[in-house]
Design a protein around this ligand. Structure first.
Ligand SMILES: *Cc1c(COP(=O)(O)O)cnc(C)c1O
Length: 359
């Protein structure tokens, strides 16, 4: 039996996808070998790679003038690749700081340019929220504006897409494909795969083609967007198996009715869980309602001394990986696309029984 997995990443994958991968593992489509053992230059593999991109383009409604890159190094390597590619001659960028991931991104960028850090976290009625954009001091001449749509550790999410003049760059590692998104509002979107896309080892970059050719001359060629775009993300051997599995997840998402349908399911899961937490005196979520993440739900127990018992008993009930990030503690339930409603219901039933026994 498969447990419900609330891990923040690498995260739950749809069981149907894993079953298909299992069926195809030893002998991919009657070719007598695993897709893992296949050349990335073979016609069979290239067809798999192209189908994954086509399905993603359809799911996200990605305009023609955007390139989709299937890279490696995680979202964290993009923290460096983005300034190296996009800072251009004036070397200035605006970074919106809302938590741990946006901070890591801006720290890397500071190695390459003049970074204007906008502190956007704020307290709203004793809870953490995001300052309205009217209070951000954006620069006049930034090469781009960077933000992390969903702070995976804090459970803090932007309520909408910022409106800025410079190209908008967003880390969507933990929110890509969770809700419809107007890609045309962005210069560049990136996401590590291991939350809502597939296994670790793959990083998606979606960028507008006018931003391809601004990279520094001394940039490593693997990081150079124009080189990766020209070579269909195969400057070197890509993460072939992760790319294939991402393709299976995209097919699964289409079967679920696409991003609009999965968004409705995600809203229902988040509403149930936050609703339960808010109705309880024992559990608390520290985020202002307007900025609550629909993917990562952190919560604390009224008595910190009960945390170990909570985690142990949750595990005995097949509810896995509910510990908060090591830097913040507490609990966190990540309820990505692949976590079903029944998983959230099982979690709430457990939380309620736990309060009755210990509250
Ligand atoms: C997980 C995560 C990252 C880091 O991803 P890696 O692939 O491990 O580099 C960066 N940003 C956000 C928002 C994340 O959730």
């Amino acid at each position: 039996m498969r447990a419900y997995n609330f891990c923040a990443g690498p995260a739950a994958l749809p069981t149907a996808v894993l079953e298909k991968a299992q069926r195809e593992l030893l002998d991919w489509q009657g070719k007598g070998l695993s897709i893992m053992e296949m050349s990335h230059r073979s016609a069979d593999y290239v067809a798999v790679a192209e189908k994954a991109e086509a399905d993603l383009r359809q799911l996200m409604n990605i305009p023609e003038n955007y390139k989709v890159l299937f890279l490696q190094g995680g979202a964290s390597l993009q923290f460096s690749a983005i300034p190296l590619n996009l800072l251009g001659k004036n070397s200035k960028a605006d970074y919106i700081h809302t938590g741990i991931w946006s901070e890591k991104a801006l720290k890397e960028a500071q190695r390459y340019g003049d970074i204007n850090v906008i502190e956007a976290g704020t307290q709203i009625d004793g809870k953490l929220g995001i300052k309205p954009q009217s209070e951000w001091a954006l620069s006049e001449d930034a090469a781009y504006v960077h933000y992390a749509d969903n702070e995976t550790i804090g459970g803090l999410q932007f309520a909408g897409i910022p409106e800025v003049n410079a190209p908008l760059v967003s880390d969507l590692s933990s929110s890509i494909l969770s809700a419809p998104l107007d890609v045309s509002k962005f210069g560049l979107i990136y996401a590590g795969a291991q939350k809502n896309i597939g296994p670790a080892g793959l990083t998606l970059v979606i960028l507008r083609d006018d931003l391809l050719d601004q990279s520094r001359a001394d940039i490593p060629s693997l990081l150079k967007y124009s080189a990766q775009a020209k070579n269909d993300s195969m400057v070197n051997t890509p993460a072939t198996y992760s790319w294939y599995l991402a393709g299976l997840v995209f097919e699964w998402l289409k079967e679920q009715g696409g991003v609009e349908a999965i968004h409705q399911a995600n809203l229902e899961k988040a509403k149930l869980l936050y609703g339960y937490i808010d109705s309880s005196d024992f559990y608390n979520n520290p985020i202002a309602p307007a900025n609550r993440s629909i993917m990562n739900v952190p919560f604390t127990l009224a008595d910190e001394a009960l945390e170990k018992r909570f985690l142990k008993e949750a595990e005995q009930n097949n509810l896995l990986n509910l510990a908060g990030h090591r830097s913040v503690g507490g609990m966190r339930a990540s309820i990505y696309n692949a976590v079903p409603l029944e998983g959230v219901q099982a979690l709430i039933n457990f939380m309620d029984a736990f309060v009755k026994a210990n509250g």
